[in-house]
Design a protein around this ligand. Structure first.
Ligand code: HEM
Length: 501
């Protein structure tokens, strides 16, 4: 190599190193300005602090709110979680910047198996597939006219529930378990709406049992946050595949049965979610496979069962704690339907106190404390902080529903707050966020209207049929909470019931 070549190579290397240095500086300076949060450890972040705290995740997060306020960051292994706890920021993200905050983060491998690679309404990314699936669900199953069409199913399920409770009480000195009975009633309604089949009690129980197994399999594991630890979870991964197989073996025969019974004029249930899925066309995709259909049906069943049942268990706990609320509600029921006629769906619209009770219930006991995980479609900003692509955005809602700046005496369970006209809340959040049991914005729960009807109807019917009181008699209701897919009572509620007629 001659002198000039040598010089050229040397200069080129100096320039290149300079360029690399500038680039590195630029990359370093692009480090996002994330919201503050508790200091974590290298690699694992806050993951082991959460695991070793002895607290449930919602308690761990709740304890951070006084220190970190409306927005903070937790580093959970490889995941960065930004947690939002204020009404203003929830409004800004989900309403004002709605489309940007409307997508979902990546799923862990177990969830991907059960969601058919994000082919459900709740898991799909914000885009055309989500739009088609959601539109089909809302227009064909959850619109107010559709909901009305299914009133017979609800009426039958309520009658069966009342009979179940009566026989359980007869056999147990007047005492019944609340959650498991109401949960099963909601599950049967959804199962019939979903498959359009009048299934016997045994099949209902078998499907219910299998769906619970699925939920247990989907519970988060440490390797969801630190995939490198995946090698230690091969047994759990194998189990997930077995449960998925069992789910398909249980539900595909029901799909085939409905396909055969379709168009049969004598069919007891004339329309079902399955029917909509048989006909569903999504641009660029073939007709839905049985596996995809089972996945969407499972979402329908899971979405509306534990959520609604949990709320009802808390309702009964509140009635026992506040006999005056229960008797005021009973008076309204008698006024609307008399003592002999069963309360009907069209009575409910004329019952302001019942509606206030249900709203207060969802304020104090939203079945989930976090709405589903959100993510951004493009890098964004909130409260002056960066929200980068790939972060998980969580909305932790109890600080909103219990904010003394929004609610007077927020700790008190007081349905009257909605009656006097002094306080109200737009549950859709469009005019402002004050409580968000169904979330708000693009991803707001599409089942909110149906869930409210189910809750109103069941609360009214159960108070019309029975007077609810504490068991044991002198016992105080224990309002401790535990996370079991939803936030349920830590000690499942048992209550004494006395038939009113
Ligand atoms: C009291 C009962 C219920 C509560 C408290 C509830 C609450 C929620 C919440 C908080 C979300 C998350 C929204 C978000 O990520 O921003 C959600 C989503 C969803 N819920 Fe519900 N839900 C209830 C009943 C139902 C029912 C009855 C169904 C249907 C049968 C249903 C179907 C869904 C679906 C499909 C999604 C996903 C929506 C999307 O990602 O676009 N839910 N629900």
């Amino acid at each position: 190599m001659d002198f000039y070549n040598l010089m050229f190579t040397a200069i080129a290397m100096v320039v290149l190193s300079g360029l690399m240095l500038v680039l590195a500086r630029k990359i370093m300076s692009k480090k996002p300005n994330l919201p503050p949060g508790p200091p974590g450890w290298p690699l694992v972040g806050n993951l082991f602090q959460v695991a070793r705290s002895g607290k449930q995740f919602f308690e761990f997060v709740g304890d951070l709110v006084p220190e970190y306020g409306p927005i903070f960051t937790l580093r959970m292994g490889t995941r960065t979680m930004i947690i939002i706890t204020s009404a203003d920021l929830a409004y800004e993200a989900l309403i004002q910047k709605g489309p940007v905050f409307a997508t979902r983060p990546d799923e862990n491998p177990t969830r991907t198996i059960f969601s058919c690679n994000k082919f459900t309404v709740n898991s799909s990314s914000y885009g055309p597939v989500w739009r088609s699936l959601r539109r089909n669900l809302v227009q064909n199953m959850l619109s107010s006219s559709r909901i009305k069409e299914f009133h017979n199913l609800r009426s039958t399920a309520m009658d069966r529930l009342v009979n179940r409770l009566k026989s359980e009480a007869d056999a147990n000195d007047g005492v019944v378990w609340v959650l498991k009975n109401v949960r099963f009633a909601f599950f049967c309604i959804l199962l019939a709406m979903c498959f359009g089949l009048d299934l016997d009690e045994e099949t209902n129980e078998r499907v219910d049992h299998m769906m619970k197994k699925v939920l247990i399999t989907l519970e988060p594991r440490v390797d969801d946050f630190l995939p490198i630890l995946g090698i230690f979870f091969s047994k759990q991964k194998k189990r997930a595949i077995e449960v998925r197989k069992e789910q398909l073996e249980t539900l595909v025969p029901l799909v085939k049965r409905r396909k055969l019974a379709r168009g049969d004029e004598t069919s007891v249930i004339s329309f079902s979610y399955l029917d909509t899925l048989f006909d569903l066309e999504i641009e660029g995709r073939k007709a839905l496979s049985n596996t995809e259909i089972v996945t969407l049906c499972s979402e329908f069943l899971n979405g509306g069962t534990d959520t609604t049942a949990t709320a009802l268990e808390w309702a009964i706990a509140r009635f026992i704690e506040n006999p005056d609320v229960q008797s005021k509600l009973y008076d309204e029921i008698v006024k609307a339907a008399g003592k002999d006629r069963k309360i009907a769906e069209n009575d409910i619209e004329k019952m302001p106190y019942l509606n206030a009770v249900t709203k207060e219930l969802l304020r104090k006991h939203p079945p989930t404390y976090f709405v589903l995980s959100h993510a951004v479609t493009e890098p964004s900003k909130l409260a002056g902080y960066d929200i980068p692509l790939g972060t998980t955005v969580e909305f932790f809602t109890p600080p909103i529903a219990n904010d003394p700046k929004i609610w007077s005496d927020p700790e008190k369970f007081n349905p009257d707050r909605f009656i006097t006209g002094a306080e109200d809340a737009d549950i859709t959040g469009v005019t402002g966020v004050k409580m968000m049991p169904f979330s708000v914005g693009r991803r707001i729960c599409p089942g909110a209207s149906m869930a409210t009807i189910h809750l109103n109807l069941m609360i009214a019917r159960l108070v019309q049929e029975f007077e609810w009181s504490a068991y044991p008699e002198d016992g105080k209701v224990d309002f401790s909470e535990k996370l079991e897919f939803t936030v349920v009572m830590k000690n499942p509620l048992r209550a004494r019931i006395k038939p009113r007629v």
